[in-house]
Design a protein around this ligand. Structure first.
Ligand SMILES: Cc1cc2nc3c(=O)[nH]c(=O)nc-3n(C[C@H](O)[C@H](O)[C@H](O)COP(=O)(O)O)c2cc1C
Length: 332
């Protein structure tokens, strides 16, 4: 029998219900939004932001160095900006041994070395800045990008959990060989082993293989330049919002999707399929455009995309160093 609350609900016009829930949702979301807007506007997390800018920029250069065909002179504006942030970091007298700083300097040195090796004349001002930096930080050594064979890359996939974990990297280079659908279903079945809230299993996967559809999606995604076009398959990961009951569960779609996607990445690696996550941090109009390219039900929110495919004999991967557990942990 319907509860009193249900009976009242059923009596109300849908439009009124809509306005009521919209208002509740706005109120709840403001709690989170205020924290974000405060963080954006006020400078009390200044150091985190300088480190963020270092990581954002060094990662773009790191990726550039590992592209299937790195373009000589690539990323000039980003490299200038990274040097600027490195200088800003130093002026703030922040610790020179922190991962973001070490890797930024190291990547800039590697960028210079790469261009020297291929005898490419860099922009004069840029070359001067890089040479000075190289001189100043002779002893700073982060992780260099890794050249690896396919055999080596998958060499630890049947070893212990720790070895398996350490062997997975994002790969941004794929062959044209078709990844069979049944194998993708196997990987998705493994990903389904991920925990989910009350076992509600909100995740969905849209497998995209047609050239036109892949192009349509990749054209509106901002992190696949230089390699996206090689992806044999795109896996668009979505989550059903109707699996959440009230507004306080609004983060569950993304949270559950993160757990699911990680297992899926591991499953792909286990099945010797190379993969790279692609962010879907996009504006509304881009999200709507994606829905014109492939049909995604209105009650599904798009979380991220995974580009994947079989790997060539040899390729390069970005080293993407990690902070240690001690650096990111507070033992209360
Ligand atoms: C949610 C998410 C979004 C990402 N988006 C992109 C992207 O748009 N383009 C890209 O090349 N890599 C992307 N990556 C891959 C990260 O750069 C990569 O996971 C990180 O540098 C760590 O390296 P690893 O995956 O090799 O361990 C993304 C990763 C995650 C988890």
């Amino acid at each position: 029998m319907a509860s009193f609350k249900e009976k009242i609900k059923n009596l109300l016009p849908q439009k009124l219900m809509y306005m009521y829930y919209l208002n509740t949702a706005k109120k709840a979301s403001m709690y989170d939004l205020r924290r974000r807007v405060h963080d954006k506007v006020y400078n009390d997390s200044h150091i985190e932001k300088v480190k963020r800018d270092l990581a954002l920029a060094y990662h773009i250069v790191e990726k550039g160095l590992t592209m299937p065909e790195p373009r000589p002179g690539f990323g000039k504006a980003v490299v200038f900006s990274l040097i600027g942030t490195v200088e800003k970091y130093q002026n703030l007298n922040l610790p020179l041994e922190d991962m973001e700083f070490v890797q930024s300097v190291s990547v800039l040195k590697e960028y210079l070395e790469f261009h020297q090796e291929i005898n490419f004349k860099l922009d004069e001002a840029l070359e001067k800045k890089l040479t000075d930096l190289n001189e100043k930080f002779k002893n700073v050594e982060g992780l260099k990008q890794i050249k690896i064979t396919r055999k080596e890359f998958f060499g630890d996939k049947n070893k212990s959990f720790d070895q398996f974990c350490k062997s997975r990297y994002s790969v941004r280079n794929y062959t044209k060989e078709e990844v069979p659908l049944p194998l993708l279903y196997e990987c998705i079945d493994l990903a389904q082993r991920s925990p989910s809230f009350c076992n509600r299993q909100p995740n969905r996967v849209h497998i995209v293989k047609s050239k036109e559809q892949k192009e349509g999606i990749l054209n509106i995604q901002n992190g696949n330049r230089g390699f996206g076009h090689l992806a044999e398959t795109l896996l668009v990961i979505t989550s059903v919002v109707s699996t959440t009951k009230d507004i306080h569960e609004r983060f569950e779609n993304h949270l559950n999707g993160g757990l699911f996607s990680m297992t899926l990445l591991n499953a792909l690696h286990f099945n010797e399929i190379g993969a790279c996550s692609l962010n879907w941090s996009v504006s509304d109009d881009k999200d709507m455009k994606l829905r014109e390219v492939i049909e995604v039900p209105e009650n599904e929110v798009v979380l991220m995309i995974i580009a994947c495919g079989y790997l060539p004999e040899e390729f390069a991967i970005a080293s993407s160093p990690r902070k240690t557990a001690r650096e990111i942990t507070v033992a209360h």
